[in-house]
Design a protein around this ligand. Structure first.
Ligand code: SF4
Length: 497
């Protein structure tokens, strides 16, 4: 799928092909293209980050055969000294996560294939989280949660995060295709199907093909109106929804190093929207600090070798980027937020595994606080986890004189933050909070009869958030909050500068 040609081409610096030691260069007509030996100036010259051009990956230990970090992680998990892209290997799985949508099917396959009385391979390595369709009267959705509960009791699963009321929530993290989110911790994480999950339940192993790696080098100071969502929308707009099909996406560079762990999760969350097998960010002090507070399980970080082979390398000067959206109906339908300023919207949705984290709500609150205005359209807030929900009600927003996000949201006229769940990100049963149901009348009713939503979620396909006529503009929490304040798709610089 072609990416939009209108967007920030000046910010996309160049793409360097690195294959079998040869370097070739993009023929994009409008970029400054540079290699270590010579610089070729094209018509429009953009500012590069020359000091970082020679950036080399850190190396884990002495190198016999150079590998990327994804290859190294899979080599360790398959107990092989080295691996190459395309090899099929049996990997030992450390953790299998499943939820209320995929869990019942996975358990059924496990029982069919391993026997009605079979036991899972390791009750302490399975995490079960009802989180997708949970606050609904829908009988089938509730039955799925019942199946999870019964199965976890039967198998004595240690990490089952049940739901009875709000007080029963623990930390809920994503499963399914967006399992890739946790590559932000420097690990290999990917989504698998029900049959594979059933097999892992019984054996703790899975046959995986080693993916080749695309490398994304992001350097430059991040402007205060950008968030990691803008970076990943930039990348997907550049390479398209199929641009990373069955490839690892490795994110490096000074900008990535400056990102918080939650922002790194945002980057990795949407690799699946580019077809990626996994996303990964090299671990550093930010990672170690984050893990310190959460686990005592030992781990060892791995890094790509200096001579590791990447299929392609993409370079961005982040200081040149502008706030972006992905227009309906594809995450690679990239446009500048300011180019869409005439798009009238009906609602704003801030939530999901990518856009419903604590920092996402802090970012939205920052925009509301800076404006001092009230929202012009219904604005829905759905924390991703119970921890986030508590943060929304307890953490002071910097520069607010001690106000919490929830207080700022209330003053701005937003809906009360909902209980944590996937919410309307994937539509869900008809009574799902904030779901796009019937098309709504608007100023443009004569021409259009639909619901236009600016959303911090990750997918905007027809029907994704409910009604098939719904139009979803994917955006950062800054852009979503700014749009709520105007009733149009809005560049957050309108309020942040
Ligand atoms: S929030 Fe949305 S994208 Fe994330 S796991 Fe739930 S349904 Fe999937």
């Amino acid at each position: 799928m072609a990416s939009s040609a209108t967007v920030s081409s000046s910010a996309f610096i160049n793409k360097v092909q690195k294959d079998v030691g040869l370097s070739t260069f993009s023929t994009q007509p409008s970029f400054s293209i540079q290699n270590p030996k010579k610089t070729v100036s094209r018509k429009i010259v953009s500012v590069m980050a020359p000091q970082q051009f020679e950036r080399k990956p850190a190396t884990t230990g002495s190198v016999k055969t150079a590998m990327t970090m994804t290859e190294k992680i899979l080599a360790r998990a398959s107990e092989k000294p080295q691996l190459s892209p395309g090899e099929n290997v049996w990997v030992n799985v450390d953790v299998l996560m499943t939820h209320d949508v995929c869990g019942p099917g996975s358990f059924a396959i496990f029982k069919t294939e391993f026997g009605q009385n079979a036991k899972v391979w390791d009750r302490e390595k399975i995490v079960v989280i009802p989180d997708h369709y949970i606050f609904t009267a829908d009988e089938r959705a509730n039955r799925n949660v019942d199946i999870l509960r019964d199965y976890c009791i039967e198998q004595n699963i240690k990490y089952f995060y049940d739901i009875k009321d709000l007080g029963d929530f623990k930390v809920l993290l994503g499963t399914d295709s967006h399992t890739c989110t946790t590559g932000a911790l420097g690990q290999f994480a990917t989504g698998i199907g029900l049959t594979d999950a059933g097999f892992v339940l019984g054996t703790g192993k899975l046959l995986l093909k080693v993916p080749p790696t695309l490398r994304f080098v992001m350097d430059g100071e991040m402007p205060n109106y950008l968030l990691a969502k803008d970076l990943i929308l930039q990348i997907i707009g550049e390479i398209s929804m199929s641009g990373a099909t069955y490839k690892a996406m490795e994110f490096v560079g000074t900008t990535v190093e400056s990102l918080t762990m939650e922002e790194r999760m945002t980057l990795c969350n949407m690799v699946i929207e580019a077809g990626g097998k996994n996303g990964v960010v090299p671990a550093d002090s930010t990672t170690y600090k984050y893990l310190e507070d959460k686990t005592s399980v030992p781990y060892e970080a791995v890094y790509s070798d200096e001579q590791a082979r990447f299929v392609s390398e993409y370079r961005f000067d982040v200081s040149k980027l502008e706030p972006l959206v992905a227009k309906p109906h594809s995450p690679d339908n990239r446009a500048l937020a300011r180019e869409c300023k005439d798009v009238k919207i009906d609602r704003v949705y801030i939530g999901s595994c990518i856009g419903g984290k604590t920092e996402d709500f802090l970012a939205a609150a920052k925009v509301f606080l800076a404006s001092g205005k009230k929202v012009k359209v219904p604005t829905f807030l759905v924390p991703a986890t119970q921890k986030v929900w508590m943060d929304v009600y307890s953490l002071p927003v910097p520069g607010s004189g001690g106000k919490t996000c929830s207080q700022i949201f209330e003053e701005a006229g937003c809906d009360t933050p909902a209980s944590p769940t996937c919410g309307a990100c994937m539509g869900g049963p008809r009574d799902t909070y904030a779901r796009l149901n019937e098309p709504q009348a608007s100023y443009y009713t004569i021409l259009y009869w639909n619901t236009v939503c600016v959303s911090t979620t990750n997918r905007n396909f027809p029907g994704r958030m409910g009604h098939k006529e719904g139009q979803i503009y994917l955006a950062s929490p800054y852009t979503a909050a700014a749009s709520a304040l105007t009733g149009f798709v809005t560049d957050p610089r309108e309020f942040l500068q």
